[in-house]
Design a protein around this ligand. Structure first.
Ligand code: SAH
Length: 357
């Protein structure tokens, strides 16, 4: 029997929005630059259709790098004694929002390690303050795994979105990337809880994480297909010198771009960032991510003084810059590829009530 070509598989994904696991494995193991270009062109067409030439921006405030967890890949894991720990006060976080608002941000992403000094009550109060000061803004949280009641309290306070990458959809692979205390089952429960509470929910994985195989990536794509997240955070794995994975190779830039395109084709209206990790692995990585079908950029809105301390991986970009620098640098970068920054909240829109304003 004749083997299906990669181009045919990409077209099938376009029409049926799904592939079998075997087809995914085949596509992800044997693709050429030409296949990648075809996928990117197809994905870019879909993005243009849904979002025009506009890219949504989210200001990310990395408010604490204390973490109770010990993820093997992450530079702010608890057992990294070289991480200089910091926490922002609620007032400092509010100040970042105010600065961001001035330069056009209408989504604030609050991200941190799993720092228990920020209880659900405190986060809820903080979200209320942000919402009261900036009622036209969306608040996204990315604080890791919490219990249902805690997520509920944050949602109640007005948080709109939550990012929690699933990291890998294979339980055995999950166990190789995380300490024994963490479990794949709990991660999945968190994602279900978030969705059921009405958060616009983001999942995602690192590309080229240690021990990752094409089968794992195929399982990730099948998981994303069935979970239908509103957002997908996906960037290359990059080693951090003070982690057990210090000597592991980086993820593949090309594979990351290819998967961004395939996510766009599979889930046409998903909010898909060209990540900071993608901009770190290549100087033009984020531009290429947008041209491969991504439609979101998340520039840093943290105080410059702490940026270098939120090092998830080595050589992270933009750690010397001020927020306004990042904002305008991005504007120029987007302009250089024919895109504009949208200063709207940029909520997820399902197919029925899509708004092309
Ligand atoms: N504590 C929060 C935020 C984690 S940092 C949480 O658990 O969700 C956000 C994401 O950065 C992680 O989900 C992970 O996928 C990514 N990340 C961490 N270390 C990384 C590395 N070394 N290379 C690339 N991405 C990394």
């Amino acid at each position: 029997m004749m083997q299906t070509s990669n181009k045919e598989l990409i077209l099938r994904l376009c029409e049926q929005r799904t592939l079998t696991k075997q087809e995914w494995v085949s596509l992800l193991t044997g693709f050429t630059d030409e296949d990648r270009a075809f996928a990117a062109e197809t994905a870019r067409g879909i993005s243009r259709n849904h979002f025009g030439n506009r890219v949504f921006i989210r200001g990310i405030i990395e408010f604490s790098n204390y973490c109770k967890n010990d993820c093997l890949y992450c530079g702010i894991r608890r057992s990294n004694p070289n991480a200089q720990r910091y926490r922002l006060t609620d007032d400092e976080i509010l100040e970042c929002c105010a600065e961001g608002y001035e330069i056009g941000y209408r989504t604030f992403v609050l991200q941190s390690g799993e720092d228990l000094t920020y209880t659900a009550e405190r986060i809820a109060a903080l979200v209320r303050r942000i919402k009261a000061s900036f009622p036209d803004c969306a608040v996204t949280l990315s604080l890791g795994e919490k219990e249902y009641e805690e997520y509920a309290m944050m949602r109640e306070a007005g948080a709109d979105r939550y990012l929690l990458r699933h990291e890998t959809a294979n339980a055995a692979h999950y166990a190789k990337l995380h300490p024994e205390k963490m479990s794949y089952a709990h991660r999945m429960k968190c994602l279900e809880d978030l969705k059921s509470l009405g958060f616009q929910t983001g999942a995602g994985m690192m590309i080229g994480a240690p021990f990752q195989t094409a089968e794992h990536l195929a399982e990730d794509m099948l998981f994303l297909r069935s979970f239908e997240p509103h957002m997908i955070g996906m960037g290359p794995f990059l080693p951090h010198k003070d982690t057990p994975f210090a000597a592991e190779p980086k993820g593949s830039y090309e594979m990351t771009l290819f998967l961004l395109s395939l996510c766009r084709i599979m889930l046409p209206n998903v909010l898909l960032p060209a990540t900071t990790a993608l901009g770190t692995i290549r100087p033009q990585g984020r531009e290429q991510g947008i041209l491969a079908g991504a439609n979101v950029i998340m520039p840093n809105l943290s105080p410059t003084a702490v940026r270098k301390k939120y090092m998830l991986y080595d050589n992270k970009i933009c750690t010397e810059d001020r927020s306004a620098d990042c904002r305008f640098c991005l504007q120029q970068r987007m302009k250089s590829i024919g895109y504009e920054i949208s200063v709207t909240r940029g909520d997820y829109q399902d197919e029925e009530n899509r708004d092309l304003r």
